[in-house]
Design a protein around this ligand. Structure first.
Ligand code: URA
Length: 245
């Protein structure tokens, strides 16, 4: 517990105890209604169609729907979908951008260099992705469940197609706090084009859940001085959690 190597010395913070598509997922913009498939088997889902009824799915159905999703072109190039990892009732939900090469290979979010930084950030406030009680084990996922080729930025229609999956994950986890990491997570969850720098430092709301904006770990690896700001963001998240029953 406490300050770890990822936090710059000048952070100076004392840490206390740890602590497109239609939004309802039923209709896909740009996809004719007869291409919306209302039931399994997902393996037969035609390219360009997405399952309806996502907002009613339980965990197994949602996992199956993501695994079989062929709603956008990313399904052609992915090796694995990356659903998410962690406690299904986690108090903390971490949302990143999209799988990279390592994540695509392993089917798990944040397993590369950025993931190692994320894990040390989490560890510094007593959190982990490994098995632990829901107040300590986070749930980590991404805006996109499939890797954009060459790690290019997500396209708006890819974000829109994937959005109902993320929305349902939030509804099922019912986190007490969401940490949105990086421009794509922040802008898609908050439906804004404001830059992160202007959104940090205050508590936002996503579907009734307090949301804290912070930098993406990959960005922090390239911009070391901003780790101090990311530390402030973690502290704000901790304070927010503690101040709410
Ligand atoms: N970057 C992300 O945003 N998510 C991952 O899973 C890996 C890298």
């Amino acid at each position: 517990m406490g300050l770890t190597a990822w936090v710059p010395r000048h952070a100076g913070v004392a840490l206390g105890a740890p602590p497109a598509a239609a939004a309802d997922g039923s209709v896909v913009a740009g996809v004719e209604p007869d291409r919306i498939v209302a039931a399994s088997p997902v393996a037969l889902t035609p390219r360009g169609a997405r399952l309806g009824g996502i907002e009613q799915m339980d965990w197994p159905a949602l996992r199956e729907a993501v695994a079989g999703c062929r709603a956008c072109a990313l399904c052609e190039s992915r090796r694995n979908t990356v659903f998410g990892v962690g406690h299904e009732q986690a108090h903390w939900m971490i949302v990143g951008e999209a799988p990279g090469e390592n994540e695509d290979r392993h089917g798990e979010p944040f397993v590369g260099q950025a993931g190692r930084l994320l894990d040390s950030m989490l560890r510094s406030i007593g959190l982990t992705r490994e098995a632990a009680p829901p107040e300590r084990q986070v749930f980590i996922c991404n805006v996109l469940k499939c890797r954009p080729p060459g790690n290019r930025n997500p396209e708006p229609q890819e974000v829109a197609q994937c959005e109902p999956f993320l929305k349902r994950q939030v509804a099922l986890v019912k986190p007490r706090i969401i940490l949105a990491m990086g421009r794509f997570a922040v802008q898609s969850l908050l439906r804004t084009t404001e830059p992160i720098g202007r959104l940090r430092g205050r508590v936002h709301d996503y579907e009734g859940v307090p949301l804290i904006v912070t930098y993406h770990p990959a960005y922090l690896l390239r911009n070391l001085p901003d780790k101090a700001k990311a530390w402030d963001d973690l502290c704000l998240a901790l304070d927010t959690l503690r101040s709410r029953p």
